[in-house]
Design a protein around this ligand. Structure first.
Ligand code: ADP
Ligand code: ADP
Length: 229
């Protein structure tokens, strides 16, 4: 059994009388420790897919498994625990608490989970050991995204999910974040899934899932991808 399994997953939104299939009969696997990139045009269903994988949205039909657990059968309470304990989230616009320092933002996440990593350890891992006492407003965009990654990693999650993590950054800063995410995956064996329009991600991924009109159009598997610079 693969680490992540999507089997015939559909998500139908009801727009008044009209059903809209955001995701339709989607099936794919992800192996433990892979760096996975999900690409596709706007409206293809990438965010819907990521939200279902992260327990923020539920499938209309089909099966979602993570590490042998049937996520698609979870009730509300189980989904809350799943989001809290099993999943780390990284967003395009960082979503940091502005009146807390970098370390406090990270500690906030540690406090709600089962098996946290020390805040100073994850801040050092993202290269921000000396910025722990700074507030988000005192940090650059790239540094704020590093804090957000540290916050997600502090939960010691089974899966790190990133939605357009370089979308708000310039090219060079985005490349550095790319490298950080790949290093995180390689050095800690953590499974990382990135939804992105940034084509630089596809060369460094173990698996690229191409999504089109709510379906998986193609999957490329690359056991030995390039290293991010
Ligand atoms: P992207 O992931 O491409 O950056 P979004 O996921 O935010 O963008 O939105 C993709 C499309 O889905 C947009 O056309 C948006 O209008 C539509 N959309 C997102 N959320 C809703 C919603 N709650 N109701 C209707 N349409 C939505
Ligand atoms: P992507 O992230 O690839 O841009 P989305 O997953 O946001 O795509 O959206 C896929 C499709 O589902 C789009 O047609 C979008 O308009 C529709 N959609 C997404 N969220 C909602 C929603 N909450 N209500 C209705 N339609 C939605």
């Amino acid at each position: 059994m693969a680490f992540v399994e999507f089997r015939d997953v559909s998500k139908i939104y009801q727009m008044g009388e009209v059903p809209v299939a955001a995701v339709r009969d989607m099936s794919f696997d992800i192996e433990r420790g892979e760096f996975v990139v999900i690409v596709g045009p706007s409206g293809a269903g990438k965010t819907t897919l990521l939200n279902m994988l992260g327990g923020m949205d539920t499938a209309t039909s089909g099966t979602i498994m993570l590490d042998g657990d049937r996520v698609s059968a979870y009730n509300k309470k189980q989904l809350t625990r799943y989001r809290r304990y099993d999943i780390g989230f990284v967003f395009q616009f960082y979503n940091l608490v502005q009146n807390l320092t970098a370390r406090e933002n990270v500690e906030l996440a540690s406090q709600i989970c089962r098996d946290p990593l020390p805040a100073d350890e994850v801040l050092a891992a993202v290269g921000l050991a000396d910025r722990a006492r700074n507030f988000p407003g005192q940090l650059s965009g790239g540094e704020q995204q590093r804090v957000a990654i540290a916050r997600a990693l502090a939960k010691n999650p089974k899966l790190l999910l990133c939605d357009e993590p370089t979308g708000a950054l310039d090219y060079e800063t985005g490349k550095a974040i790319l490298k950080l995410l790949q290093d995180t995956c390689r050095q800690t064996g953590r499974t990382v899934v990135v939804v992105t329009h940034n084509s630089a991600f596809t060369a460094i991924a173990n698996r690229v899932i191409h999504v089109r009109e709510g379906s998986v159009a193609a999957v490329e598997v690359n056991p030995a991808p390039q290293s991010a610079e």
